[in-house]
Design a protein around this ligand. Structure first.
Ligand SMILES: NC(=O)c1ccc[n+]([C@@H]2O[C@H](COP(=O)([O-])OP(=O)(O)OC[C@H]3O[C@@H](n4cnc5c(N)ncnc54)[C@H](OP(=O)(O)O)[C@@H]3O)[C@@H](O)[C@H]2O)c1
Length: 214
């Protein structure tokens, strides 16, 4: 499988790319900083230079079997970049996938997008992520929306809880988010599924394979 990962030098993205490479797949990581190329090459991934807020992504989407949106403007980036990257970059990838017939699309979204506070520092970010999710659900693509809770760099446990609505908060290591994304690429039952994701008590593979939208 040839997988294009938007935000290819991101922390989740690199973990996912390494998993893909370990399992014999082609991982192409879309990056905007040429200095990041050597890190992807060391992971066995193929760096693709493209700034999602400036450049045409279509030449790179062409030929992919799946696209994973794992880019993010990040904390401290300002409200405007939530619209240009977290929303605008995602929409650019969705439209390119539609135009070029790349129908499998995974979105790294976020917990909290279902119930956005009236104000506060997270509002612009959560609104951008929610709007990107809505664009994807309206796209006609074979999408999966993964909404992790707050991310940590603890080693992955391989144990998660996922459901459309979890009704609790917690954390999740980036290792485990990457593993869930990897499994979703091969799990037909996650197509047209949206789920929240936290550390839990079920192995990733069985949690993904037993997911239903109900
Ligand atoms: N932090 C949390 O607790 C949390 C919780 C739930 C969901 N999430 C979501 O999970 C996503 C992935 O998390 P992460 O920790 O892996 O993120 P990350 O390490 O911050 O990676 C984000 C990547 O996006 C890239 N990017 C930014 N602007 C770009 C542009 N214009 N064109 C191309 N690439 C661009 C960044 O590249 P540069 O290095 O060049 O900026 C970076 O490599 C986040 O973006 C967030 O939306 C986060």
């Amino acid at each position: 499988m040839d997988v294009l990962v938007a935000g290819g030098h991101g922390q989740i993205a690199r973990r996912l790319e390494r998993l893909l490479v370990q399992h014999g797949h082609t991982a192409r990581g879309l990056i905007r900083n040429p200095d990041h190329a050597k890190d992807l090459e060391a992971d066995g991934a193929l760096p693709v230079l493209c700034d999602l807020e400036r450049d045409d992504v279509r030449p790179h989407v062409r030929g992919a079997d799946a696209l994973v949106f794992a880019a993010g403007a990040g904390p401290g980036s300002g409200d405007a970049r939530k619209r240009t990257l977290d929303l605008g970059g995602a929409v650019k990838c969705i439209e390119a996938a539609q135009e070029l017939g790349v129908d499998r699309f995974l979105m790294v979204s976020s917990m909290g997008t279902r119930d956005i506070p009236d104000d506060g520092p997270m509002k612009p970010y959560l609104e951008a992520k929610r709007d990107a999710d809505l664009a994807l659900t309206d796209s006609g693509l074979r999408w999966t929306i993964v909404r992790p809770g707050p991310l940590t760099n603890e080693p992955g446990s391989g144990m998660v809880e996922l459901a459309p609505v979890l009704g609790r908060w917690g954390n999740i290591p980036r290792d485990d988010v990457a593993l869930v994304l990897y499994q979703c690429l091969f799990a037909e039952n996650t197509v047209h599924g949206t789920f929240e994701l936290l550390s839990g008590a079920e192995p990733v593979e069985s949690a993904v394979l037993s997911f239903t939208n109900r």
